[in-house]
Design a protein around this ligand. Structure first.
Ligand SMILES: *Cc1c(COP(=O)(O)O)cnc(C)c1O
Length: 375
């Protein structure tokens, strides 16, 4: 039996070990140290905004929403088609999500639907406190129209770019178009620190405040004085060392992920009923995951059958994220539409996309997809 092919695994091949060794040699083995500072500076250069390194992407979203003033009773607009971590922090803060459907052209939050909903809410004096935008699977959301829709009402935007390091909108890394941007270095993302996150904000003062909250909100001075609530959300210097080495190869990782996605697309182009995720014309989709839609009638089998068949062939695949409005957790939440996201969930499949996935493994995936249909 050949080795099992996984969906998206960590890929270390550069300076990760030597940077970690430096951290050990200098004994900077906690949540302060030179790697941490350098990682933030290097990340800020890439993102185009000041940055603070955190223990996870979820922690970054939590602090980001708090920076935007989200509190009990507030409503937050968010795409329904996303991973649950995009919206759980809304609930941590006592607020409620309102789910907006996807644009079929990009799969991200539909800017037109957002605009209409904001207009309608403004008339009822029920504007949301903030809008969370997600760049799904590395596809840039259409930030221009989204920011234009929010600006007249002064509704701030948080970009959840957990899946979108390397993603560009009009030639620039996403994350600093909105007021706050958040990233993840979880083990399955395009680069990883084994676990970690980053928050960026255009306002450097906001980044300082997030760093303060992330380190238990301890007031200046020698006594342990606290006048605000904090968290233990700081990244460790050891993990920042891994992050710095990973950041050096980000462009290579983007090229590798894109090459895998386009190899699948080209090799499966003649297969009826299998459609590649759209690539928005206004930016660079990293194709963090290679995603296709299965049309049961034309392809011959449905998505679930394809997932099972690949599994039997030793290949891990998974459905597109289950929309939030279909989760029992959020069954009672307000929503605007949802049919587009529900259809993408029903038909969407993510194929193995690790940047370390070799040509032979890619061929195995392609052959297994073809065989699944023929059985
Ligand atoms: C991975 C992910 C997160 C959470 O990041 P963690 O670092 O795992 O906490 C948030 N949003 C989206 C869209 C993600 O894919």
């Amino acid at each position: 039996m050949p080795e099992r092919i996984l969906l998206s695994v960590p890929h270390m091949e550069g300076h990760e070990r030597s940077f970690v060794e430096q951290a050990f040699e200098s004994n900077w083995l906690s949540t302060v140290g030179p790697h941490l500072e350098a990682f933030e500076q290097e990340f800020a250069r890439l993102a185009g905004a000041p940055a603070v390194a955190l223990s996870s992407g979820t922690a970054a979203i939590h602090l980001g929403l708090r920076l935007l003033g989200v509190g009990p009773g507030d409503e937050i607009f968010a795409p329904t088609l996303t991973f649950v971590a995009s919206v759980n922090p809304v609930v941590y803060l006592g607020a409620r999500p309102v789910f907006i459907d996807s644009d079929p052209a990009t799969w991200n939050m539909d800017p037109q639907l957002l605009r209409e909903t904001l207009t309608e809410r403004a008339a009822r004096n029920r504007l949301p406190r903030a809008v969370v935008v997600v760049h799904l699977y590395g596809q840039p959301a259409d930030l221009g129209p989204i920011l234009d829709a929010c600006a007249p009402y002064d509704v701030p935007v948080l970009e959840d770019a957990a899946e979108a390091l390397g993603t560009q909108y009009q030639g620039r890394q996403v994350g600093s178009f909105g007021h706050v941007g958040t990233f993840s270095f979880n083990g399955n993302k395009i680069i990883t620190t084994t676990g970690g996150g980053m928050l960026v904000a255009r306002d450097a003062g906001w980044v300082c405040r997030a760093r303060f909250w992330a380190t238990q909100a301890r007031d200046p001075g020698i006594g342990y004085e606290h006048s605000d609530i904090g968290y233990n959300y700081r990244l460790s210097n050891v993990l920042a060392a891994i992050g710095r080495a990973q950041l050096q190869v980000l462009e290579k990782r983007v090229a590798q992920r894109r090459a895998i996605a386009f190899a699948y697309r080209d090799a499966l182009a003649d297969v009826d009923g299998l459609d590649f995720m759209p690539q928005a014309p206004y930016g660079r989709h990293t194709n963090w995951l290679s995603v296709f839609l299965v049309d049961e009638k034309r392809f011959g089998i449905d998505r679930d059958t394809l997932v099972r068949s690949l599994d039997e062939a030793g290949i891990e695949s998974r459905p597109v994220w289950k929309p939030m409005h279909l989760q029992s957790l959020y069954a009672s939440a307000d929503r605007v539409g949802g049919g587009v996201a529900a259809d993408l969930f029903r038909r969407g499949i993510c194929l193995p996309s690790s940047s370390s996935l070799g040509a032979d493994a890619q061929q195995r995936v392609i052959a297994a997809v073809r065989r699944a249909r023929d059985r």
